[in-house]
Design a protein around this ligand. Structure first.
Ligand code: HEC
Length: 450
């Protein structure tokens, strides 16, 4: 039973790598802002680069964009912007929340800057995107509601004009008195101004589990570690569970916030709101999604001598068949790269994902697309490797001459990933593998080979 699943993952990535290779040739001969660049900026940059949003400058008009042309080329060519740090040559490449540039888009921007960043014909300019000025809840209408079933707010934070970045971590009870299954989650700053200072927000769910499969290792004080419930950054608002699956919130649960605030140029006070939509009672999903912490999770696990680059490994055994839903690397300032590799019960191995240019400022969660989420049999080992760069080559490194160990402060280190797993019994797993093969159009002979 172990073979079919990994072949599916191999095939999913193989197909995409081929597609990416041909795209580079597609940049137009003489790109202009109005015709070629504005549509890309609208789709991939404006979510953050527009007035009153988190990025330092607007890229909406030619006049606003032109002075940044060189910087744009540098950031885009290095794939630092848009912030999406998955290595595009390794592992699964289809994500439901991918905000990266295609090779063709990247080539077009570089070509445009190299040609002197011409404006082009004003008549080619696409219609301006109408970004919402008012803040609604994304899924409420779809579920026939006016707002989420449960709203949990972080306690207010005031960020003074010019203040340094701050990380705000209040713990707020959900108030739930019974277990409920979650079908969608949204996070938003509670005010429009709040968007200028809210760089990103992570909401973790802390609760006492009775299900053994859902239990994470305890923290230093013996309390169960909270799992990430949802991570929010500008440009992303909601997360819907895959059909037939959900997260389970238990009575007495708490939300552990981790909010990164940055300078908004004026004094702003804000709260972040978590909106939760439940499956109606009687329509509970069959499959449970569990957020696991995988990798080097404890004191002693991370040991970084001064002026060295070092790899730290950790292993997690899947005790039940599962679908891997997402991958979120977590390291601090010395973090350099992280990979997640599957070691199958039949001895085969496959790198599922690799983040080559980790950046502490961006806690991206990489959510696999429906037909790309790896299906792995019980007994598979997930190996998480984190590489840290404690040398001067790492520009984020505050001090390469000190030893660094595991700890909570940003000057300490961590080397783990948050990985969302949907567990399945043998019957459900077989059905899932079959459906995947059909969706990917694998031929009969390929099926027989497996
Ligand atoms: C998810 C939000 C987000 C998206 C999407 C995004 N940016 Fe950014 N960008 C930022 C933030 C925040 C900064 C400032 C902090 C930093 O440099 O990381 C920034 C910084 C930059 C800078 C550096 C500005 C300087 O000070 O030199 C450039 C250039 C840039 N972005 C270009 C782009 C382009 C081009 C796109 C689209 C192809 C894009 N960004 C998409 C959020 C975003």
């Amino acid at each position: 039973m172990s073979r079919p699943s990994i072949r599916v993952a191999v095939i999913a990535s193989g197909v995409l790598l081929a597609a990416a290779g041909t795209a580079a040739a597609q940049a137009p001969a003489a790109p202009t802002f109005t015709k070629d660049i504005a549509p890309i900026f609208q789709a991939k940059c404006e979510a953050c680069h527009r007035p009153d949003s988190i990025a330092p400058m607007s890229l909406v008009t030619y006049e606003q964009s032109r002075p940044w042309a060189r910087s744009i080329k540098t950031r885009v060519a290095a794939r630092q912007m848009p912030p999406w740090h998955i290595d595009k040559t390794i592992g699964v490449q289809e994500f439901s929340n991918d905000r990266s540039l295609t090779d063709a888009e990247l080539a077009t921007i570089v070509k445009w800057v190299d040609a002197g960043a011409p404006k082009g014909d004003a008549r080619d300019m696409p219609k301006a995107v109408e970004w919402p000025t008012e803040q609604g809840w994304n899924y409420a209408k779809e579920f026939g509601q006016t707002e989420p079933d449960l709203i949990v707010k972080s306690t207010p934070w005031t960020h003074k004009a010019g203040a340094n970045d701050a990380w705000w971590k209040p713990v707020v009870p959900t108030g739930l008195t019974e277990a409920r299954w979650v079908r969608a989650i949204e996070i938003r700053p509670s005010t429009v101004k709040g968007r200028k200072i809210t760089h990103h927000a992570i909401a973790r769910l802390q609760q006492t589990e009775t299900d053994d499969l859902a239990t994470n290792p305890p923290d230093a004080n013996g309390n169960p570690l909270p799992g990430t419930f949802m991570e929010w950054a500008v440009g992303k608002q909601g997360e819907k569970m895959r059909p037939g699956s959900g997260k389970l919130m238990l009575p007495g649960s708490k939300i552990v916030w981790d909010i990164h605030y940055s300078n908004g140029g004026e004094e702003i006070t804000d709260q972040v709101e978590l909106g939760v939509y439940f499956y109606p009672k009687g329509q509970e999903p069959k499959l449970r999604q569990v957020l696991h912490l995988m990798g080097a999770t404890n004191a002693g696990g991370v040991d970084l001598p001064p002026n060295t680059v070092k790899a730290t490994e950790g292993y997690f055994v899947l005790r039940e068949n599962g679908r891997i839903e997402s991958f979120q690397p977590h390291m601090h300032l010395r973090g350099k790269a992280m990979s997640m590799e599957a070691i199958l019960p039949n001895g085969g191995t496959q790198v599922l994902s690799h983040v080559a240019e980790f950046n502490f400022n961006w806690h991206n969660t990489y959510v696999y697309a429906d037909n790309a989420a790896p299906l792995l049999p019980r007994g598979t080992i997930l190996k998480i490797t984190g590489w840290h760069d404690n040398t001067t080559a790492n520009r984020a490194n505050p001090d390469p001459n000190v030893w660094v160990g595991y700890g909570d402060r940003t000057v300490d280190e961590m080397a783990h990933a948050w990985v969302n797993v949907t567990y399945m019994n043998d019957e459900d797993y077989r059905a899932e593998v079959k459906a995947r093969r059909e969706a990917l159009g694998l031929t009969t002979s390929e099926r027989q080979q497996q």
